[in-house]
Write a protein that binds this ligand. Structure first.
Ligand code: FAD
Ligand code: NAD
Length: 486
């Protein structure tokens, strides 16, 4: 069968690429060997957010106990897991209908390259009116969007039952363990640790680095604020600590740590990063280069070492190193599909892609951090304000957090920022939109905000710095690090 574009993998990177290419008029095939929607829908963002939403509600309601609300709320973990399954199934069921409506042809099965323009599918769902087990598709352009799987830690081999990764947790856990060790204080450790604690588990997070979210671009200040909040809630956070060994016994898991301490837990969640999913694709045979860790190497156009073959999302490594998040994959999907159909015209630029963590505090960052701005040669300046003075925060009795905005001191050009506090993941779009439009501080000064609101905190933050930048004709956007996708 002949197509204009074949996409392998139906996670955020794959489905966004397929949709975008279809919008551009291409005849698109999308191949998926497992559950439609990929990691994000089935074992990542959506099930996790369903549980985290409840965990945050528990925290918010209990904060107001005795301040106008009566009674203490607690969670029913088993019921929450059932609700999570229902949410995921609802989205998954509508997924193929939605794609078909856009004209994308979906194939269920495992894909493998035959050559640089042909892919063979070992079908797991037969095609209508046939009994064929394999099928060959051909296209001049192919996008690899096969995602990633959890990285194993030799000191903590998972058994899928009591020593688990996030996939096992979300698919199989049907009771609330009393005590949980989260190995890795990254995105999964801080989000799952918080939600388990809110439902009533005793949680310890161990991180080998010297701060939480050690491998992320989240500023130190935000990570310290999160650590303080988690500790105050009663979650034990141990940085600079490693697991040396684990032994599964009848009455729990005996864990030995790098400081010689030993402790016993009911459940161990291993979340120490992810590895690319490329086995069985036949990349070597067709000459697609991967790096030492197995990630597919791409150019700034997201094209691999083979012309016409692109890679997006978690499976790839690009020169502008990107976070392994669904929104980065969605962004990739748009860039790669456009380049595949129209010719290479878009550069991937991850400074526009926000990174958001939903834990005891919501935290979001976008653009350049203070250090990155300095490294990029800007005369950077940071404006900050804490939530303590916000009317909305006082009214909601939720005033832990801050907003910081990084800008060029000479021009007022916005370079990036970080927001910690309620709805940070929504508020960050204000900064993203301004970065995307190459706007500066004057933009936030000129606009009008609803009151009381979280977003008006942005104006408070920049108030002290804006007088010098109130005329937009003073602003000259500097080409360079932020000038990617044009
Ligand atoms: C627990 C957890 C929580 C997360 N929460 C968030 C969050 O809140 N926000 C956020 O932005 N990101 C989050 N992420 C990250 C996000 O899920 C991933 O970055 C995103 O799913 C990557 O998308 P992708 O399209 O690259 O790959 P995936 O979503 O992994 O999809 C790849 C697909 O390719 C298929 N595939 C693989 N090989 C083949 C083959 N040979 N043939 C056919 N199909 C194949 C797989 O079955 C899979 O469905 C989370 C991740 C985890 C694990
Ligand atoms: N909100 C979000 O966007 C979100 C949420 C969850 C997951 N994700 C994505 O999923 C991916 C996987 O998440 P993750 O938390 O597994 O990875 P991660 O890379 O975010 O964090 C892994 C952490 O484990 C630590 N670590 C590594 N080896 C260790 C050891 N032996 N002992 C103790 N700590 C160790 C690392 O220093 C790191 O801080 C990430 O790339 C993340 O971007 C994103």
């Amino acid at each position: 069968m002949q197509f204009d574009l074949i996409v392998i993998g139906s996670g955020p990177g794959g489905y966004k690429a397929a949709i975008n290419a279809a919008h551009l008029g291409a005849k698109v095939a999308l191949i998926e060997r497992d559950l439609p929607g990929g990691t994000c829908l089935n074992q990542g963002c959506i099930p996790k957010k369903t549980l985290l939403h409840m965990a945050s509600l528990i925290a918010s309601v209990n904060e107001l106990e005795g301040r106008g609300l009566v009674g203490h709320v607690s969670g029913d973990f088993k019921a929450a897991m059932v609700q999570k399954d229902a949410v995921v199934k609802g989205i998954r069921d509508s997924f193929p209908i939605w794609l078909k409506r856009l004209g994308v042809r979906i194939f269920r099965g495992e894909a493998r390259f035959v050559d640089r323009q042909r892919v063979r599918i070992s079908l797991t769902e037969p095609l209508a009116d046939t009994t064929v087990a394999t099928l060959e598709l051909q296209a001049p352009r192919i996008i690899i969007a096969t995602g990633s799987t959890p990285r194993e830690l030799p000191a903590c081999p998972t058994d899928g039952r009591v020593v688990v990764n996030s996939r096992d947790f979300l698919f199989k856990l049907d009771y609330l363990p009393r005590s949980v060790l989260c190995v890795g204080g990254g995105a999964i450790g801080v989000e799952f640790g918080f939600l388990l604690h809110q439902f009533g588990a005793k949680v310890r997070i161990v991180e080998q680095g010297d701060r939480l979210l050690y491998r992320s671009s989240m500023p130190d200040r935000a990570c310290s604020a999160l650590e303080r909040k988690l500790s105050r809630l009663g979650i034990e956070v141990c940085n600079n600590l490693n697991v040396i060994s684990t032994k599964v016994e009848e009455n729990g898991i005996e864990v030995e740590f790098s400081n010689c301490e030993r402790a016993r837990y009911d459940y161990v969640l291993v979340a120490v990063g992810r590895q690319p999913q490329t086995q069985g694709l036949g990349l070597e045979e067709i000459g697609v280069d991967v790096n030492a860790e197995g990630f597919i190497v791409t150019s700034e156009y997201l094209e691999t070492s083979v012309a016409g073959i692109y890679a997006v999302g978690d499976v790839k490594h690009s020169p502008m190193s990107s976070p392994m998040t669904a929104n980065a994959a969605l962004y990739d999907g748009k860039v790669a599909a456009t380049n595949a159909i129209r010719g290479n015209e878009l550069h991937a630029n991850y400074f526009k892609v926000p990174f958001v963590i939903h834990s005891a505090l919501e935290m979001a960052s976008v653009g350049l951090s203070e250090d990155q701005a300095e490294d990029a040669g800007f005369a950077e300046e940071v404006a900050r304000s804490s939530l303590g003075g916000s009317g909305k925060a006082r009214a909601c009795h939720d005033f832990e957090g801050f907003t910081e905005v990084v800008h060029d001191a000479e021009t007022g050009q916005l370079l990036g920022g970080c927001i910690v506090g309620p709805e940070a993941g929504e508020q960050i779009h204000m900064l993203s939109a301004a970065l995307q439009s190459k706007l500066g501080l004057w933009f936030f000064k000129d606009m009008s905000y609803s009151h009381p609101s979280w977003c008006e905190e942005l104006e408070t933050t920049i108030d002290s710095c804006t007088s010098a930048f109130s005329k937009s004709d003073k602003i000259i956007f500097r080409p360079g690090i932020l000038a990617g996708t044009e």
